[in-house]
Design a protein around this ligand. Structure first.
Ligand code: NGO
Length: 484
């Protein structure tokens, strides 16, 4: 199972078998919705009626458990008499049901009736996460992905207890979220993508649908509007945003660092005020990511003046600032989360230290470990390799608590695996780069340090293969894994 739970005890003489007369019992703790969705999945794959009823059942779910279990913790017991999952919150119960899905045979994930038996080896599990931020980022700017495609992505990443979806909504190649007060951002700025194909964008209804769907999986959306660099799509949409009031053409290549908002124009801040307000209004989560990376065309003194002004607008609309680690070169508002994307370069590490010295916390996305767009090896047909080749082992074998020198473990909020999509224009390609590396990052975010061991992880990862086959996931069969 991935992520490895904090404590698990096998019950060697016990086996739970789901039979056709099985029921799912719930109490009045918000378990009903979670039970209904588990029942729907298992009805499809087992063909059993699986009624959901008040009280105990063959499988009994409750979110009325002790507060000591925490926001995402749960306890699970499977034995010959049945399965019980207890949590203190509906979110914790969802995490426990996610575990139960992995304890069942892989064919339980099928969307058509399969042969049994439906057995779970007897076990007791007590579990809760190491970090509160366990994220994945999908770059929908370089290549646009539809609402349905993002929902499919959410389904898959939620199997590994991921709880944050960072959507990279704007960049040089495309603006992907509707802003009523600046309609050309999507009409024009959202019309293309890398390679020149038709781009796309999320209407407010689309974005609300994604936010709701993510929340059903207890995943919070973190929207990113990248500034002041990576802004060609916005600059191409509105001449007045440009220094000389001349809009550049739309851009469909993959260079970085050539664009910048005009730091000394008032209209820039009126623009950001509208954008951040409209995005914040649609975002239940408390983080709004303002980017900040690779502002190579913004004079550094101007960058240092810009970040506090942009950050102030994020805070004005009730959100905490999140940004790539470059923003830590200047002052940061309280509650800021700095996303570290460095490799071993000392400059990035110093910025991370500066962030923490200011009281910011960190989300770790080391590019040579957590970037899912990095090639696995020289011959990988997709992805980039500027941060090096990232094998499955390389992606797993690091410790978030000790990655950065002079940064206390207490400053780490968690981890996030970014998927940049310069070379990925469909879900099959996305799945090939995300699996099998994402489960390892998810484990680094969830499991205790003591559970992190490549040799045992590698065997547990191999067991995910049959599950991905049933789910139709186009995963990379890394040769170093002894796939089942
Ligand atoms: C934070 C960050 N900025 C750059 C960098 O990561 O590398 C990505 C590709 O790996 C690229 O797409 C992105 O624009």
């Amino acid at each position: 199972m991935i992520p490895q739970p904090i404590a698990q005890q096998a019950l060697p003489d016990e086996t739970f078998t789901l039979l056709s007369d099985a029921t799912i019992g719930v109490d009045d703790s918000g378990a009903q919705t979670i039970a209904d969705r588990l029942a729907a999945q298992l009805r499809r794959s087992t063909g059993f009626a699986l009624p959901v009823q008040q009280g105990t059942g063959t499988i009994t779910l409750s979110a009325n458990g002790p507060e000591s279990l925490g926001a995402e913790g749960y306890e699970l017991r499977a034995d010959a008499s049945g399965v019980t999952i207890t949590a203190a919150t509906a979110e914790g119960l969802f995490r426990g049901v996610t575990t139960l899905r992995q304890l069942l045979p892989a064919k339980a994930e099928a969307d058509s009736e399969q042969e049994g038996p439906w057995e779970v080896a007897g076990t007791t599990i007590s579990d809760s996460p190491r970090y509160g931020y366990r994220g994945v980022m999908l770059d929908v700017s370089r290549h646009f992905f539809t609402v349905e495609q993002v929902k499919h992505f959410i389904d898959l990443v939620s199997l590994y207890k991921i709880n944050r979806l960072h959507l990279h909504l704007s960049d040089d190649q495309g603006w992907r979220i509707q802003v009523d007060t600046w309609p050309r951002l999507t009409e024009h700025g959202g019309s293309q993508q890398v390679g020149g194909g038709a781009g796309g964008y999320y209407t407010k209804a689309d974005y609300a649908d994604l936010v709701r769907y993510a929340a059903e999986h207890y995943i919070t959306v973190v929207p990113e509007i990248d500034t002041p660099g990576h802004t060609n799509a916005a600059l191409a949409s509105y001449p007045e945003l440009n220094k000389g009031d001349q809009a550049p053409d739309l851009y469909t290549e993959t260079e970085v660092g050539f664009s910048s908002l005009t730091i000394d124009k008032d209209v820039t801040y009126a623009f950001l005020d509208d954008v951040f307000r409209e995005v914040a209004e649609q975002t239940p989560g408390d983080l709004l990511h303002l980017g900040g990376d690779e502002a190579h065309s913004t004079p550094h003194s101007e960058y240092l003046a810009f970040v506090p002004k942009a950050a102030e607008l994020v805070v004005k609309y009730g959100k905490r600032v999140m940004g790539w680690h470059e923003i830590a070169d200047g002052p940061l508002p309280a509650g800021t989360v700095v996303q570290y994307w460095g490799t071993e370069d000392p400059k990035a590490q110093v910025l991370a230290q500066q962030a923490v010295e200011q009281g910011a916390t960190l989300v770790l996305s080391p590019a040579n470990r957590a970037y899912l767009d990095m090639k696995y090896h020289e011959e990988t047909p997709l992805g980039l390799q500027w941060a090096g080749l990232v094998s499955v082992e390389q992606s797993y074998s690091w410790n978030p608590a000790t990655l950065l020198p002079n940064v206390p473990a207490s400053a780490i909020d968690g981890v996030e695996a970014p998927l940049w999509t310069e070379t990925l224009d469909d879900l099959e390609k996305v799945e090939f780069m995300v699996f099998p590396r994402l489960p390892g990052i998810a484990e680094l975010g969830w499991s205790p340090e003591s559970a992190l061991d490549w040799t045992t992880y590698r065997d547990r990862l191999a067991e995910q293969g049959p599950r991905w086959e049933v789910l139709g996931v186009n995963f990379y069969r890394a040769p170093e894994i002894d796939w089942r």
